[in-house]
Design a protein around this ligand. Structure first.
Ligand code: ARG
Length: 468
């Protein structure tokens, strides 16, 4: 083999029409191997499928195909064992592996690139990587859901304040609250699954942009790589990155959902709320304040949408206005997607870990649930049911009761029947049964409501659903 590693020599891959090698700056801006070496398994899988297909179609000999395949497997083993030297002067993962193959098996290596280009090669590798990564993210979200469901099961009838505007609104079951995040994670999984399904078409065989004159079988390579079908348009195959945009947008939405529960963990574990705590496993201390226990992991998950939505924005701008077909701009896709999905995987694991780690303070939750007149709606509802008041009027009466209780500095349950009758003479002492946080929670039996019976039904449904 001639010297591909020397910067002064023209490239082995395209040196025919070049006299000299690239400048240092050219090499620095062009090389992507630091980042795309992560695709080595997919690159080798793609090459194996391609070589076998070329041989089956009579484009290369079966002897050459065998040499290529065993050489590629040996390279895979070398890389996995850390015995592979990545060379930036060989630009990217594709050319590094092809050059290594040439070193290993000699001349047949040069036949592998028949009817192929790095353009369809990288598109294939990236789709394969994205597919596996989406699967991993979906599995991680399922683990997070299981942790939430276990906690919901243990706390189905614990009452806590439900908030709107972060103001105490109505009592809810802690289990119900936690199941909300299970629902959100399920939709996130659905978006990731949709994306995985849509991207699962093979670009391989589109070659540089126009297809190839060799009699290849794109169905064979698509099938060998687990794709549903070959992409139908060669220009689209090499230039489309909307699958990565779609994956990033699903990841960004997932991160936003995770960040919302992360924020609640931050609030709940603060002394002011005192609803929950994390163990040492998910807390950090302060280097100056010895008493501190900080929820750093939750805060970092809260920050992840900044990075992941940033990557989405970044790739959207890289892709905007790109004409057909492949342009080198597209090389900038991978670092954005890799970091975003690394962030997402870590965020999902951290949330699964924290969801399991949290312990809750029953008394503090129940006390807070009964504060701030959270049973005022129950009073109004009772007036509708018992006295047949129109809701608007009942709302007004209940408002007057809250005003009176506030002026006396007592909860609604501690106003006397006489107090109530000054506001509405028909009120009788049956009212007091509905004036507690627990009674309020237990009364909300509508489908999707917070009554513990409904929550237990949902838990059972989730357990069956996640088993399947
Ligand atoms: N490293 C390149 C990328 O990631 C591979 C494709 C290069 N193709 C080309 N025609 N220069 O996009």
């Amino acid at each position: 083999m001639s010297d591909t590693s020397s910067k002064s020599a023209a490239s082995d891959m395209w040196g025919g029409r070049f006299d000299a090698g690239p400048s240092d700056i050219m090499q620095a801006i062009n090389a992507s191997v630091d980042i795309d070496q992560r695709l080595y398994n997919q690159d080798i899988d793609g090459s194996l499928a391609h070589a076998r297909m070329l041989s089956a179609c009579g484009v290369i000999s079966s002897k050459d195909a065998e040499a290529i395949c065993s050489g590629l497997e040996a390279i895979r083993a070398d890389i996995a064992a850390g015995n592979f030297v990545w060379k930036p002067e060989l630009e990217d993962v594709h050319m590094n592996i092809e050059a290594a193959l040439r070193e290993k098996i000699g001349e047949p290596a040069g036949r592998l690139h028949t009817a192929r280009s790095r353009n369809d090669q990288v598109a294939t590798d990236f789709r394969l990587w994205m597919r596996d990564t989406l699967t991993g993210a979906i599995e991680g979200l399922t683990r997070y859901q299981r942790a939430l469901i276990a906690q919901a099961e243990a706390h189905a009838d614990w009452v806590m304040p439900g908030f709107t505007h972060l103001q105490t609104a109505q009592p809810v079951s802690l289990g119900h609250h936690l199941l909300c995040w299970v629902e959100a994670a399920e939709r996130d999984k659905g978006r990731l699954e949709d994306c995985r399904k849509r991207l699962n078409e093979s670009p391989l065989g589109a070659a540089a942009l126009a297809g190839t004159a060799f009699p290849i079988d794109r169905d064979q390579t698509a099938k060998a790589l687990g794709f549903d079908r070959p992409m139908a348009n060669s220009l689209d195959a090499v230039s489309a990155r909307d699958f990565a945009l779609e994956a990033l947008s699903a990841a960004a939405i997932t991160a936003v959902n995770l960040s919302r529960f992360a924020e609640e963990i931050v609030l709940w574990t603060s002394r002011r709320f005192g609803f929950a705590q994390l163990t040492d496993a998910f807390s950090t201390g302060s280097s100056i304040m010895p008493q501190k226990r900080n929820p750093d992991a939750a805060e970092l998950v809260r920050a992840k949408p900044g990075r992941i939505a940033g990557a989405l924005q970044g790739l959207i701008l890289v892709c905007k206005g790109l004409p057909l077909a492949y342009s080198k701009d597209l090389q900038e896709d991978k670092s954005l997607v890799f970091t975003a999905f690394d962030d997402l995987a870590l965020a999902v694991s951290a949330m699964a870990g924290m969801a399991a780690d949290l312990s809750f303070n029953r008394d503090a939750l129940e006390e807070a649930a009964g504060e701030a007149y959270s049973d005022a709606t129950d009073l109004a509802d009772w007036l509708v049911r018992e006295l047949n008041l129109p809701f608007r009027e009942a709302h007004h009466v209940a408002g007057s009761a809250v005003k009176l209780a506030e002026s006396k500095g007592v909860p609604l349950s501690e106003l006397t029947l006489g107090d109530y009758q000054t506001i509405e003479p028909r009120i009788h002492d049956g009212l007091f049964a509905v004036l507690s946080a627990r009674a309020s929670m237990e009364s909300r039996l509508s489908y999707g409501g917070t009554a513990p019976v409904r929550v237990r039904e949902q838990i059972a449904a989730w357990n069956t659903r996640l088993e399947a």
